[in-house]
Write a protein that binds this ligand. Structure first.
Ligand code: NAD
Ligand code: ZN
Length: 341
């Protein structure tokens, strides 16, 4: 089958013919239809320190996808050939303390599709049946391909109660943009988004944000005054991974506020811990999605008016992967999809 492979321990990604993956008794083989490129894929392509220390080569990459079930292992129940599916990309051990307690998103032995085991940028991917998620008929294929990052947005946004709350989202990348839609859907009052990229701030505006601030020129304080927001934000969703953005967020939080941290900083990020202490802030790290409550909530919201389709700005045939990676690298995009059919 055709696949995008991290074939060598150096920068680059290569389209190659590889063996179709095996389907064990507990696995499901999926014919991939649409995939979506994640920042992680760019790290693997660039072969940065994280990638070099994490990815065994050769490795078929990619973890954001949807497709149709092609074959089902003998022990798998409830999944049939032809069903339209996506899959949770984190495969958990089932044996550690957190797994046994039902906190599978906190498994200490998580293995990632397209990171630690063969991924979905291919004609076929094999995943454990327990990770497969059925896509409802009223959710289109394109949105089916971005359920993984939407799940990151949903997991982060639902960590604190947003009903009637004022929310600041730092980072209008694809996940920050989708978090705007989720916060709006569940009843936040004011939603302020920051970034340094005007293209992305426009996408956040289209998604329903109340103020989109380019922090290189706009003042968060002025926007708060303008909105009549006197004391500070109740909830912060950090989705940039930039230390400066986290600093902006902490500065503008109300006492007693909650910050959910999804963004992955490139280095140690200085924090004035006095702000955390004296404001009585709660910080919550977020990794992946809750298994499988985030999937349940996300699909339920998509069926009841949550619309994130405008975050998808590009779709190319899989053969044009190099161009697609260039688009993602440019930052002048939301989600970029590859079609494998
Ligand atoms: P992205 O890199 O596309 O988006 C980050 C955005 O932050 C960009 O639009 C960038 O312009 C913006 N930014 C840069 N400097 C800023 C500043 N000073 N203030 C505000 N915004 C600024 O990433 P994404 O795919 O949307 O993911 C968001 C973050 O979440 C990334 O850091 C990613 O690594 C991380 N992530 C974490 C998990 C997890 O499980 N914890 C999963 C997926 C992604
Ligand atoms: Zn575990």
């Amino acid at each position: 089958m055709r696949a995008l492979v991290k074939a060598k321990a150096e920068p680059g990604i290569w389209a190659e013919d590889v063996d179709t993956p095996d389907v064990g008794p507990n696995d499901v083989l999926i014919r991939v239809h649409k995939t979506s490129i994640c920042g992680t894929d760019l790290h693997i392509e660039a072969w940065d320190d994280w990638a070099a220390s994490t990815i065994p080569v050769p490795m078929v990459i990619g973890h954001e996808f949807m497709g149709l079930v092609e074959a089902v292992g003998s022990e798998v129940e409830g999944i049939g050939v032809g069903m339209r599916v996506s899959a949770e990309g984190h495969i958990v051990c089932g044996r550690c303390r957190n797994c046994q307690a039902g906190r599978r998103h906190l498994c200490v032995h998580t293995s990632g599709i397209g990171v630690n085991r063969p991924g979905a940028f291919a004609e076929y991917v094999s995943v454990p049946g327990s990770n497969v998620q059925l896509i409802p008929d009223d959710v289109p294929d394109e949105v089916g391909a971005i359920l993984d990052p939407l799940g990151n947005a949903v997991h982060t946004a639902l960590n604190f109660d947003l009903v009637g709350e004022d929310v600041i989202i730092t980072g209008a990348g694809p996940i920050g943009i989708m978090a705007v839609a989720v916060a709006r859907h569940v009843g936040a009052r004011w939603i302020v988004v920051t970034d340094v990229n005007d293209y992305r701030l426009k996408l956040a505006e289209d998604m329903g944000a109340d103020r989109e601030l380019n922090v290189t020129v706009d003042s968060i304080r002025d926007a708060m005054t303008d909105l009549g927001l006197k004391e500070g934000f109740d909830v912060g969703l950090e989705m940039s991974g930039q230390p400066a953005a986290l600093h902006d967020m902490i500065t503008h939080m109300n006492n007693g506020g909650g910050i959910a941290l999804l963004g992955i900083p490139p280095r140690q990020a200085p924090i004035d811990w006095n702000d955390i202490v004296f404001k009585g802030l709660t910080l919550q790290g977020i990794y992946g999605r809750r298994m499988f409550e985030t999937w349940y909530k996300m699909l339920a919201m998509l069926q009841t008016g949550l619309d994130v389709s405008s975050v998808i700005t590009h779709e190319l045939p899989a053969s044009q992967y190099a161009e697609a990676f260039d688009i993602v690298r440019s930052g002048e995009c939301g989600k970029v999809l590859l079609d494998w059919t």
